[in-house]
Write a protein that binds this ligand. Structure first.
Ligand code: NAD
Ligand code: IPM
Ligand code: MN
Length: 365
């Protein structure tokens, strides 16, 4: 059966890394391993330049209709001065919210070949396999009021509002505990219940969900301590569930453990449709548009390709093919191939296109 993918490359390196995924799609379709129809849309600065908005209504509708959305990255200094509501990042936030993809899975895995590439010592990260489960459609990203008020005396007041309701915490916690059951069976929940009311509710709800999963080991951790523990002894973690903002920050920290931010994929999933059981799904690398290296052809496409592998697994049940893509990535790294962002000295590096081609050629064998 044919499945539709909406490809939204975005800005900066987003367009460069998406090309490498398109080559993989062309191959899997050609081999009859998949039957994807692909459509493209503009998001972020690219959409703003053409339509003066960060994403058009038409592309939002296309995203809602697609079986899965594959997203590159948005943003860049070119759009620093555009009105706040049209800034490139607004496209991403709107799409996440409108698709209702509340569960953002951010796996941080240390590929064996990259044990020396992490900023931490080999023994601390060898075999690392953490899954950050970030709440994605609530919290301070979306809470109202969100505004800057002119106080009229030369002063302004800026307000962002952290809001969580029981159901939002309950559903993300269940995703985390369900996933923990398929892994090593341990969940840490990170919040700031010592300071924030939303943290108090977060902890109360996660603890009550934990009671439904007596087979899963549950730990509470304060988010600041979680940041410290991630760099002190990351292998103590298996699944970490946390809110939108803490999840954003903690996942960038986790990314670096793996050798580069350019390695970390993500899947964002909605609630299953009551009739079809299908979930809305959005796949994107954790990193941004990397304006500092955009246009140079040196971006690491691995996070993007691994995000596509997550789409194969979570949206299309192509678990074996997803595993093959991930194995191809591991094999290429095993051969010593590296893009420049991967933190190892004294190694010759290759560009985006060469890395994409190397992964594809491993897939072909
Ligand atoms: P960034 O993730 O774009 O870059 C941080 C650093 O990591 C840079 O030095 C960059 O060169 C490097 N890097 C990131 N991905 C890489 C890759 N695949 N290969 C090689 N190196 C890579 O974060 P930033 O610089 O803070 O943000 C730049 C812009 O991207 C901002 O406008 C920000 O809002 C946006 N952003 C977008 C997303 C997204 O679209 N999902 C995510 C994060 C940031
Ligand atoms: C991410 C990004 C986004 C976020 C930005 C670009 C809106 O940093 O996906 O991690 O903060 O969620
Ligand atoms: Mn981020």
């Amino acid at each position: 059966m044919s499945h539709s993918l909406l490809l939204l490359p975005g800005d900066g390196i987003g367009t460069e890394i998406m090309v490498e995924v398109e080559k993989i799609i062309a191959w899997t379709n050609g081999e009859g391993l998949t039957d994807f129809s692909t459509d493209h849309g503009l998001v972020g600065g690219a959409a703003f330049d053409k339509h003066q908005v960060a994403v058009t209504e038409e592309d939002v509708e296309k995203a809602k209709a697609a079986d899965a959305v594959i997203f590159g990255a948005v943003g860049g200094p070119k759009w620093d001065d555009v009105p706040y509501e049209h800034r490139p990042e607004a496209a991403l936030l709107r799409l996440r919210k409108e698709l209702g993809v509340f569960a953002n899975l951010r796996p941080a895995i240390c590929y064996p070949a990259l044990a020396e590439a992490s900023s931490l010592k080999r023994e601390l990260i060898e075999g690392l396999d953490i899954l950050i489960v970030r709440e994605l459609t609530g919290g301070v990203y979306f809470g109202e009021p969100k505004q800057i008020t002119d106080l009229g005396n030369g002063q302004k007041r800026a307000v962002d509002t952290q809001v969580y309701e029981t159901y939002e915490i309950d559903r993300i916690a269940r995703v985390a505990f369900d996933l923990a059951r398929t892994r090593s069976g341990k969940v840490h929940s990170a919040d700031k219940k010592n300071v924030m009311k939303s943290g108090v509710l977060w902890d109360e709800v996660v603890r009550s969900v934990a009671r439904d999963y007596p087979d899963v080991e549950f730990h509470h951790i304060l988010a600041d301590n979680a940041a410290m523990q991630l760099v002190r002894n990351p292998k103590q973690f298996d699944v970490m569930v946390t809110d939108n903002l803490f999840g954003d920050i903690l996942s960038d920290a986790a990314a670096m453990l793996t050798g580069s931010l350019g390695m970390l994929p993500s899947a964002s999933l909605g609630a299953p449709d009551p009739v079809t059981g299908k979930r809305k799904a959005f796949y994107e690398p954790v990193h941004g548009s990397a304006p500092d290296i955009a246009g140079k052809g040196i971006a690491n496409p691995i996070a993007m390709i691994a995000s596509f592998a997550m789409a194969l697994r979570y949206s299309f049940g192509l678990v074996e093919l997803a595993g093959k893509v991930e194995a191809a990535i591991a094999a290429v790294l095993g051969d010593g191939l590296r893009t420049a962002d991967i933190g190892e000295s004294n190694r010759k590096t290759i560009g985006t296109e060469e890395m994409g081609a190397a992964i594809l050629s491993k897939l072909k064998v």
